[in-house]
Ligand binder design. Structure first.
Ligand SMILES: Nc1ncnc2c1ncn2[C@@H]1O[C@H](COP(=O)(O)OP(=O)(O)O)[C@@H](O)[C@H]1O
Ligand SMILES: CC(=O)N[C@@H](CCC(=O)OP(=O)(O)O)C(=O)O
Length: 296
């Protein structure tokens, strides 16, 4: 009995400890913008998805200004498969011909975006779905690699619509489709969009939620997590080939956003329940933190 009482007291103390640990972070980050990229790889489990959604609503409720940029690569692959179109990638980017572009836009803007918006609103938040075309948020230009098709890069970001929404308590949910000056649609990697938006807003943090613990020295071995790197080391990991495939646009966008004034960027494991809250509001850093060289 005495043991039970002690156990219960300890469990309560732990909970209260976690809540009270959050206070200085809530105070520090109130009113600040946090750009979260929610990758398709971390969207597959619906229970985890609900937790991510609740975490975003939590951020908004305690006074932060979250902007959610979503991916959806696996869902695009699945729809391409249904339509008999082969999915092809080059350096982590989807080779996008005209037919693939149509599918990307339908899946990201028409399905994934609206599902996330609806889940946030059901959880008590006020989400508004956008793609790069809305309010001229993003202007695209061709990425230009031989044979990659309608893959775009971010030419400019107009933060007005994001500012207006987030200042008024709305949670912008952004999909990574944008048009060039002639209205041609482009498929932009969602990590890249998140990084450019974070840079344009001067965000406090850029957080990429994916399906690995962070940057690993050996991507098949979770025990090889690299907890902290600076910009120079991150670039080196790409040129050494340690970082490959879908991790290349992640590390690149973290580096670019830091160089443009974002304070910290994190690649964290979206399979950990409430990974976002752990990263932002506790002393336990999770995943890989990429820092500007001056901070390391
Ligand atoms: N050094 C590395 N550390 C961790 N993951 C890596 C590394 N190099 C390549 N990867 C791959 O990158 C993948 C994450 O990219 P991606 O599948 O595009 O995720 P998301 O859908 O979240 O954008 C990992 O699942 C892993 O297979
Ligand atoms: C050019 C390019 O590769 N675009 C990505 C856009 C979606 C995305 O980035 O989704 P994840 O974050 O889930 O990987 C694609 O077509 O898959």
């Amino acid at each position: 009995m005495a043991n039970d009482t002690e156990y219960i007291r300890q469990a309560e103390a732990n909970r209260v400890e976690i809540l009270s640990e959050a206070l200085p972070y809530i105070q520090q980050f109130a009113g600040r913008t946090v750009v979260v990229k929610y990758g398709g790889a971390a969207m597959k489990d619906s229970t985890l998805k609900d937790k991510v959604i609740r975490d975003i609503v939590f951020l908004s409720c305690v006074g932060l200004r979250p902007i959610l940029v979503h991916g959806g690569g696996p869902e695009i692959n699945s729809w391409l498969g249904k339509l008999g179109i082969e999915a092809q990638f080059k350096n982590g980017l989807r080779v996008t011909d005209a037919a693939t572009m149509d599918v990307v836009e339908m899946v990201l803007v028409g399905r994934v975006n609206k599902e996330i918006v609806s889940l946030i609103n059901q959880a008590g938040g006020m989400a508004v779905g956008l793609c790069g075309k809305d309010g001229n948020l993003i202007t695209a230009r061709p990425q230009g690699d031989e044979g990659i098709g309608f893959v775009g890069e971010v030419s400019s970001v107009n933060i007005k619509i994001l500012d207006t929404l987030s200042k008024n308590g709305y949670i912008p949910v952004v999909s990574s489709v944008a048009a060039d000056d002639n209205g041609q649609a482009y498929n932009i990697n969602a990590d890249t969009v998140a990084g450019e938006i974070a840079a344009a807003l001067g965000a406090e943090k850029l957080i990429l939620l994916t399906d690995t613990r962070g940057i690993l020295t050996d991507y098949k071995d979770p025990s090889t997590l690299i907890p902290k790197v600076d910009i120079r080391e991150a670039r080196q990991l790409i040129s050494d080939g340690v970082v490959s495939g879908g991790m290349i646009p992640k590390v690149t966008c973290c580096v670019r956003s830091l160089a443009q004034g974002v304070k910290a960027s994190h690649i964290i494991d979206g399979r950990i329940p409430h990974a976002l809250l752990l990263e932002i509001f506790t002393d336990v850093g999770i995943g890989t933190m990429i820092l500007g060289s001056q901070f390391k």
